[in-house]
Design a protein. Sequence first.
Length: 117
Amino acid sequence: MISQRSRRTISNIYDAALAPDLWPAALQSVMDEAGAVGAGYSLFNKRTERVEWLSQSGPLVGGEADYFSHYHALDRYRSILEVLPAGRWLWISECLPETVLRRDEELWPEVGDGMTG
């Protein structure tokens, strides 16, 4: 059964999708839920092939220029997300090879439960 904290995090994400000024609070909720030190959300325009909007929390705040100029090109999930139909959640464990999931377990112990969208 899903916890009240998880429900609140999911609700915050859906609220932020409708009102972008709520993304900082939603990302903080994600960080709290996952025990992460940072979180980010970007809006990628498939027509222009550019990130049009980015919200970050934790130590990532203020690094938007670095993300756009350097890290976006290195994002290993980008190619997966670029072909994902709009409005669909994607379970990371469904799209990455087992070897990658095992290797990244040190970085993200809950990677099997990880979700991006």
